[in-house]
Design a protein around this ligand. Structure first.
Ligand SMILES: Cc1cc2nc3c(=O)[nH]c(=O)nc-3n(C[C@H](O)[C@H](O)[C@H](O)COP(=O)(O)O)c2cc1C
Length: 208
């Protein structure tokens, strides 16, 4: 089993993330390949980003600015794969989610690991712009994005009273996405077992 961390990227009171999770989590948890852990950012009150090379400290045993940032970096290290659930906020992702990703700082713990995306919004664009932006962010974090995202438009009508999706294409997207995530997780685990160069950011620093 691969360890899959599902990061819930919205924290506000009354969030529509609840309905998305209610539908998605049982599907991910019943997938043969994955042992699922939910990382709800409500449970991770990270400070607004303030790290520097000095706050990281000793790279082999980093301190970071506060203990919770260190714990967050260690938590992210434990996963083989990620699934990020995000709404669209002003054509991008919530600041709390960007902050959580930025806080994985100089540990490179997303590096060469796969990431899949579930986006939702009130409108017809279904967080497509947020997910495209998130793909850029996660690419810079050296994660490897899965091609197929699960995009949920009109989120307030996307699920019925039992939590089932009202549009069957969503179930298909989710299933295909999880299967692709499994394949990529296996491929990247094999790749990471091979000798690999240190992160480019460190090699560039060393040559300056
Ligand atoms: C600050 C903010 C900005 C938003 N910007 C967009 C947007 O650019 N595009 C869109 O389709 N919906 C936008 N929405 C609607 C959200 O996608 C929708 O409310 C969604 O349910 C938010 O997720 P949450 O309820 O889990 O926080 C925005 C909502 C908020 C609160």
């Amino acid at each position: 089993m691969f360890k899959l961390q599902i990061i819930v990227g919205s924290t506000r009171e009354g969030r529509n993330a609840e309905a998305v999770c209610r539908w998605l989590l049982p599907v991910a948890q019943s997938h043969d390949a994955f042992d699922v852990e939910v990382l709800d950012l409500r449970d991770w009150p990270l400070p607004f980003f303030q790290e520097t090379i000095a706050s990281v400290g000793d790279f082999s045993n980093p301190t970071y600015s506060t203990p919770i940032v260190k714990q967050w970096n260690e938590k992210i290290r434990q996963a083989d794969a990620y699934l990020i659930i995000t709404p669209e906020y002003n054509r991008s992702i919530p600041a709390v989610l960007k902050n959580a990703i930025d806080s994985v700082f100089f540990s490179f713990n997303f590096r060469r690991k796969p990431v899949a995306f579930v986006g939702y919004s009130l409108g017809p664009t279904a967080a497509a712009r947020a997910v495209e932006h998130l793909i850029q962010v996660m690419t810079e974090a050296e994660a490897v994005p899965v091609r197929t995202s699960t995009l949920i438009p009109l989120v307030t009508t996307a699920f019925d009273a039992q939590g089932r999706s009202t549009n069957p294409i969503l179930d298909v997207q989710l299933e295909v996405m999880l299967d692709d995530l499994e394949w990529l997780t296996r491929a990247l685990q094999l790749a990471r077992a091979e000798p690999q160069l240190p992160p480019a950011a460190l090699r560039i620093r060393a040559k300056r």
